[in-house]
Design a protein around this ligand. Structure first.
Ligand code: GDP
Ligand code: MG
Length: 163
C-alpha cells in the first residue's frame, strides 16, 4: 500500500490531536484484527489532490515502565513497516526526553522518510525552542500546533511530495 502516514511518538505529545485534525470529518476505519492493530487507529485524509491513510499509534496498556517502553518500540517498528512516511512527534514544551531519544534511535535505522514534528508550538515565542530537536539527526524540524492547526499545512506540503 502507498500514501500511508504513521504518527509515532511517546504519550501526550499530541499524536491523536493531529490524527483527528488530519482525518477531520472523515470516518475512521476501524481495524480489529489483532491486539496489536487494536492499539492503532486508522483514518483517511486528503491534502490538495492527494489522499492518504493516517495511522495513530498509541493507546497502549502496560503495567510497568519496561513493558511500556517495549510496547512503544514495537509500535514504532510496526509503523515503519506499514507506513510510507512517518511523523515523529515531539513536544516543544517538554523538550527531548529519554523516550524520545529511544524512539529516534529506532527511526534513524528506518529506510522510510521521517518528518520531525515539534508540536505545541502554539505561539511564535515557542518557535525558538525547536532547535533542540535537530539533535535527533533526523533532518528538518517542522513546528506545528495540532491544537490550532498552524504549521500542519507546511508539514503536509512536504509529506505529499513523497507520495
Ligand atoms: P497523544 O498521547 O500523543 O495521542 O496526545 P494527545 O493528542 O492525546 O494530546 C495530549 C495532550 O496534549 C492533550 O491534553 C491535548 O489537548 C494536548 N495538545 C495536543 N496538541 C496540542 C497543541 O498543539 N498545543 C497544546 N498546547 N496542547 C496540545
Ligand atoms: Mg493518543
Amino acid at each position: 500500500m502507498s500514501n500511508i502516514i504513521a504518527i509515532v511518538g511517546r504519550p501526550n505529545v499530541g499524536k491523536s490531536t493531529l490524527f483527528n485534525r488530519l482525518t477531520e470529518s472523515r470516518k475512521a476505519i476501524v481495524d480489529d484484527m489483532s491486539g496489536v492493530t487494536r492499539d492503532r487507529h486508522y483514518g483517511v485524509g486528503e491534502w490538495t489532490d492527494k489522499q492518504f491513510t493516517v495511522i495513530d499509534t498509541g493507546g497502549y496498556v502496560a503495567n510497568s515502565e519496561d513493558v511500556y517502553e517495549a510496547a512503544i518500540r514495537e509500535q514504532v517498528l510496526i509503523a515503519i513497516e506499514e507506513a510510507s512516511v512517518l511523523i515523529f512527534m515531539v513536544d516543544v514544551t517538554t523538550g527531548i526526553t529519554d523516550l524520545d531519544d529511544d524512539i529516534a534511535q529506532v527511526l534513524r535505522r528506518s529506510d522510510k522518510p521521517v518528518f520531525v514534528a515539534a508540536n505545541k508550538v502554539d505561539n511564535t515565542a515557542l518557535y525558538n525552542e525547536i532547535h533542540t530537536f535537530y539533535g535527533f539527526g533526523l533532518g528538518e524540524v517542522y513546528p506545528l500546533s495540532s491544537m490550532t492547526g498552524s504549521g500542519t499545512g507546511e508539514l503536509l506540503d512536504e509529506i505529499i511530495k513523497k507520495f
